[in-house]
Design a protein. Structure first.
Length: 432
């Protein structure tokens, strides 16, 4: 036997297993259509064209690593690069399937009529989705399309009446043929797209036909970053490093909205000397926002109506604080501690008290997220990126001044004393 013809086993619902002989070289479309009981497929090890590697209960074209036939019990093994034409067609009992990361193409009709599927996540490597690939998957409630997809064939998600959410991570709007979501109630479906591409999707058919289109943030902050919140702002009994918080007081936090010139993004509009968030234990502040906006960071006002410290920055790749890796403003808090005051006076502080982040004068800004980066170099008291004798001197200065400085509290016991000096000496000696 060399060929299994079209509809050869059509509606053989009692067929439970099949062995593909070594001589077989051709399997025609719909050869096993309606074989709802089929649970086991084995390809003879001597077959030069097909295999069923890793007990996957599927038939794979060996040379191309293309899965050509699968069923409800099939597993798509690692190494498969494409799901072939109508590979899982009408496998209505298929309720879930894991598509491995190595797959780059899902061909026409690959999962057509798989009405038992409720959700499908298409892996990041996929660049194209064929026509009718998921047509008739009426049980699907959500679909995730990765960012590398550039082309989606006609009627790819036709008759998926259960859909409520479609997540498309492609920053460049994929080319989509007619009837992409035909016979679906697109007015009731929410399309989630990258925030930066929101307007492009709204202006491009058939994506523009969705009832709701919202922007997604594709940024994932490192695990040790801390989100700036309203709860970090307090009324304090003083303005120095040894001040004690009295109580939390309502602060503004206006994220992912346009903030007009001079208005508050985070903190207090009046820049009161004793109302602030203490950021002394952090190394950096990170702001993510829409291009073109400008911000002011106002900190360290010591007395009522006194001078403060200020940094201005723009959401632009040309700004010195712009970080191309995070696509954000990454501002060293040491810059605020060492900054000249608003009256251009030299004053080095051993704390950072953030009163407000505002839209710069004459500019509108949209800040989407604000993060704080904890210190990662223990013993770096003066924030110069190295641990050496200058850090010991900084601790001594703090002790002499009789003040508390979170950076100088190296061992974290809430007291700055000789044990912190010894801790820095140990760090220097160990070379860590």
């Amino acid at each position: 036997m060399t060929t299994i013809d079209y509809y050869a086993f059509y509606n053989c619902s009692g067929l439970t297993s099949i062995t593909i002989p070594s001589s077989l070289t051709t399997i025609c479309s719909d050869a096993f259509k309606g074989c709802s009981g089929l649970a086991s497929i084995v390809v003879d090890n001597d077959n030069p064209k097909f295999d069923s590697r890793d007990n996957c209960n599927a038939i794979i074209e060996s040379e191309s690593n293309r899965l050509v036939l699968g069923f409800k019990t099939s597993i798509i093994p690692n190494g498969v690069t494409s799901i072939g034409y109508y590979a899982f067609k009408n496998s209505s009992d298929l309720t879930s399937i894991n598509i491995p990361d190595g797959v780059t193409s899902i061909e026409s009709g690959a999962f057509m009529g798989c009405s038992g599927l409720t959700t499908i996540v298409i892996p990041d490597g996929v660049t194209s989705i064929g026509g009718s690939a998921f047509s008739g998957c009426s049980g699907l409630t959500s679909v995730t399309i990765p960012d590398k997809v550039t082309n989606i064939g006609a009627s790819a998600f036709d008759k998926c009446q259960g859909l409520t959410d479609v997540y498309c991570w492609a920053k460049n709007v994929p080319t989509a043929k007619y009837g992409l979501f035909y016979n679906d109630k697109v007015q009731d479906i929410t399309l989630h797209v990258p925030a930066a591409s929101l307007e492009a999707y709204k202006a491009t058919r058939p994506w523009s036909e969705f009832g709701t289109i919202v922007g997604m943030n594709d940024f994932e902050a490192p695990d040790n970053w801390v989100t700036l919140t309203k709860e970090m702002f307090f009324l304090w009994d003083g303005s120095g490093a040894d001040a004690t918080p009295l109580f939390n007081t309502p602060a503004d936090l206006n994220l992912d909205v346009d903030v007009a010139s001079g208005e508050v993004v985070a903190g207090f509009s009046g820049v009161e000397w004793n109302m602030y968030a203490d950021l002394s234990k952090y190394d950096k502040i990170v702001l993510r926002g829409k291009a073109g906006g400008n911000v002011r960071l106002l900190a360290n006002r010591l007395v009522d109506a006194g001078e403060w410290k200020e940094i201005t920055a723009a959401f632009s790749e040309s700004d010195p604080y712009w970080d191309s890796e995070y696509k954000a403003l990454v501002i060293s808090l040491a810059d605020l501690r060492n900054k000249r005051t608003s009256g251009n006076n030299v004053r080095v502080d051993n704390f950072v008290h953030l009163h407000a982040i505002k839209a710069n004068w004459g500019a509108t800004v949209n800040v989407q997220e604000i993060y704080l980066v904890p210190s990662t170099l223990q013993g770096d008291v003066n924030g110069d990126g190295v641990v050496n004798g200058t850090d010991i001197q900084a601790i001594i200065n703090t002790i002499v001044e009789g003040k508390y400085d979170a950076k100088a509290d190296v061992n974290g016991d809430k007291v700055v004393n000789g044990t912190d000096i010894q801790e820095v000496i140990n760090i220097i000696v160990s070379g860590e």
